[in-house]
Design a protein around this ligand. Structure first.
Ligand code: VGL
Ligand code: ZN
Length: 206
């Protein structure tokens, strides 16, 4: 990040740095804690800092446990399309849904909770997985004069990817700071995610 010229119209978007995605969490992302010192160093460099928090009701439709006979990491078809099934994670009010205790959350001005409707998952900070239900984030960023997003956090191949691609769809410039992200990497999904983000005009910065 040294040498990167951060402007007043830039926002740091910190995605899902929550206990369930860290070691000992129910959907642990390999090496997740490595992002913490980097993200904590970025926070004071930005005037605008937004965090997302995956926030599912018990019995959420993305949980394998809600579909008898199905296993975590299988794919099913829901009314809005294909949905990967996950272990129960980030249940509203649970310890797993809390931000990692070392994350400097005081520096954030907005926390977007997502995935709170039982019937729809939401990877992106902008749109739920039906790609039409909005979280309201675009309006917030526009009213704060934001033009470019720097995306960091978990997981690179799911929530970071969909957030960065949707940022482009919403007309923002988007940069993913790869060193401050970690992925789940199901069947090579980290590489697929990087390629898809680049195709969408996202800058991948290392
Ligand atoms: C995420 C899978 C399920 C993420 C959230 O934060 O990338 N992945 N829920
Ligand atoms: Zn989730």
């Amino acid at each position: 990040m040294s040498g990167m010229n951060i402007q007043a119209s830039d926002c740091l978007l910190i995605i899902d740095v929550q206990n369930d995605f860290c070691s000992a969490g129910s959907l642990a992302v390999p090496d997740a804690e490595a992002v913490l010192p980097l993200i904590n160093e970025f926070i004071p460099q930005f005037d605008t800092v937004v965090m997302t928090q995956d926030w599912h009701p018990a019995g959420h439709s993305s949980f394998a446990s809600s579909h008898p006979g199905k296993q975590a990491f299988e794919t099913i078809t829901l009314p809005y399309g294909e949905q990967t099934l996950w272990p129960d994670h980030c249940v509203q009010g649970s310890h797993g849904a809390d931000f990692h205790p070392d994350l400097h959350t005081d520096g954030a001005q907005l926390i977007i909770r997502k995935g709170f409707r039982t019937a729809i998952d939401s990877y992106s900070a902008f749109y739920e997985n039906d790609h039409s239900t909005t979280t309201g984030l675009t309006g917030y960023l526009q009213q704060r004069g934001i033009r470019r997003l720097f995306c960091v956090g978990l997981a690179l191949d799911y929530c970071v990817r969909f957030s960065a691609v949707d940022a482009r769809r919403e007309g923002f410039d988007a940069v993913v700071l790869e060193k401050a992200c970690r992925g789940i990497d199901l069947d090579g999904s980290n590489d697929t995610a990087l390629a898809q983000m680049r195709d969408a005009g996202v800058v991948i910065a290392s």
